[in-house]
Design a protein around this ligand. Structure first.
Ligand code: ARG
Length: 497
């Protein structure tokens, strides 16, 4: 039996053993002297878990990052067990002290993680019994790993959401500061990546701000559904002990309890929701990054990125590559992929807990890490984004971007919009042919094209310039410098909420 690794049994704790799987032991057992803990399982266990299966089913290599949450959950559970008389005060105190020691061991790197103990929960519980003896074995009373892991993930995700939220705040502030700096900076606005109408750079930055503010709203909304306590659901049906779930919820800072034990141990919709929130944020970032990459190109030269956020080429000495925005754009794929993984993982699972759910962690953790790193990168990029005002302004007039303004002008002088659209289309066609800008036409030429002296007067030249075009859009949500300034003031108020 080559797969029999008796050595593993030595540190297999009781709760690792699946007593249902038995085979007559046919070979001499090369077991060392049973220890206090494994002597109890020797009688039943006839075959050790296959080494490959042990490694295949283990999650400790990735779920150990939840150790702090696992310990917090166990401390709260132990205190509650003491409150209902299942543990004595002294037992609970020893458990809590042991868990604190373990926390320090893990923090310092002294803790020995064992794959044979499968996951973070059993590694910690086993060590607790090593440290404090039999009292450690009482911790798992009224609890299952099913409600334990669901609690740990929710705590971990809640902590991560709070860190991500804290990374979003300076970025929102930086966008507002940049927008204020560039409230008057004129640039071309695009549709289909073709010059469309002049806008202010400040207005463009406020568009990014709106995206990010919605991302933060979604994050905070998601947190409300994450922050519910599953513990007390035990394996699936609840517990025979009179658990005080409210006490645990309060100690751990949960807003409320998960109401149904079957649902609490099995659903991971809160993780899926977070992955959706993260995906949308990343999709937004990928759009900003794409714009920064285009703007930083030699063809545009609208912005320059800080050198320390760019890299050179190993062969082309002149290169300054926008690697950081490119990577953010690229990393978006991982996060949207994780959303698909999690959705597919959940699909078709019968109630209640299934081992499938162990697969929730890697996509979730990587979504958290990727989003956090991209936010850190953007916090470095955005405040240091240098705009080239001259190039932006020069580009703002190219492509007849004030043609709509001329049409609006004619409408205000009494021409139906469709006719005005037609007239301006003709003027633009002529301008293209004669290689001229609209403001380079003389007043008589415009009058001749545009329905006579009554329809066009000298003030037409105001709207043919990009700044006039932008200034005219001064309503709420418009691109005028004045509108941008008042939008920034409102945005500051909205950030207070
Ligand atoms: N490591 C497991 C997970 O992540 C813990 C729960 C295991 N429960 C069980 N009954 N096998 O889901």
């Amino acid at each position: 039996m080559p797969s029999l690794r008796a050595g593993l049994l030595i540190y297999s704790p009781l709760f690792l053993t699946d007593h249902r799987f038995q085979k007559k032991r046919t070979t001499k057992t090369p077991m060392t002297t049973p220890t206090a803990s494994d002597s109890l399982l020797v009688g039943r266990l006839q075959e050790a878990t296959d080494q490959f299966v042990l490694e295949f089913t283990a999650s400790v290599n990735f779920d150990r990052r939840m150790y702090s949450q696992d310990i917090r959950g166990s401390v709260a559970h132990a205190r509650m067990l003491a409150a209902i008389g299942v543990l004595t005060r002294d037992e609970a105190a020893r458990i809590v002290a042991g868990l604190e020691t373990i926390h320090k061991e893990i923090d310092s790197g002294a803790f020995e993680w064992k794959v044979a103990l499968e996951d973070v929960h059993m590694n910690i519980e086993s060590r607790l019994t090593d440290l404090i003896g039999d009292t450690g074995k009482k911790l798992h009373t009224g609890r299952s790993r099913n409600d334990q892991v669901a609690t740990d993930i929710r705590l971990y995700l809640r902590d991560s959401i709070d860190r991500i939220d804290a990374l979003m705040s300076p970025l929102l502030d930086a966008l507002l500061a940049k927008a204020a700096e560039h409230a008057d900076t004129i640039m071309p606005g695009f549709t289909h990546l073709q010059p469309a109408q002049p806008v202010t750079f400040g207005h463009h930055l406020l568009a990014w701000f709106e995206m990010l503010l919605r991302d933060r709203e979604r994050l905070r909304d998601c947190r409300r559904r994450v922050n519910r306590l599953p513990l007390g659901s035990a394996a699936l049906a609840g517990s025979t002990f009179p658990l005080k779930r409210e006490q645990v919820a309060e100690e751990l800072g949960f807003d409320t309890l998960c109401e149904n034990s079957l649902d609490a141990v099995s659903d991971r919709d809160f993780a899926i929701e977070f992955a959706a929130v993260a995906s949308l944020a990343m999709v937004h970032f990928s759009r900003w990054c794409e714009e920064m990459i285009i703007w930083a190109s030699q063809q545009f030269q609208f912005v320059s990125l800080p050198d320390r956020f760019c890299t050179g080429s190993s062969i082309m000495p002149q290169k300054k590559n926008p690697d950081v925005p490119e990577l953010i754009r690229g990393k978006t794929g991982r996060v949207t992929g994780h959303l698909m993984s999690l959705l597919t993982l959940m699909k078709g699972q019968p109630l209640a807990y299934n081992k499938d759910n162990q697969e929730d962690k890697e996509p979730l953790f990587d979504s958290i890490d990727t989003l956090s790193n991209c936010l850190t990168a953007l916090n470095g990029l955005i405040p240091n984004l240098e705009a080239n005002r001259e190039n932006m302004a020069a580009a703002a007039i190219n492509g007849y971007t004030t043609a709509t303004d001329l049409a609006d002008y004619l409408v205000k002088r009494g021409m139906p919009f469709r006719d005005a659209h037609h007239v301006v289309g003709r003027v633009v066609a002529r301008a293209v042919k004669e290689r001229r800008q609209l403001h380079e036409f003389s007043l008589p030429e415009l009058q001749a094209e545009g329905g006579g002296a009554n329809a066009v007067s000298a003030d037409v030249f105001d709207v043919l310039q990009p700044i006039g075009s932008a200034n005219a859009r001064s309503h709420t949500g418009g691109t005028a410098p004045a509108a941008v300034r008042s939008a920034i003031e409102r945005a500051k108020q909205r950030l207070q909420i």
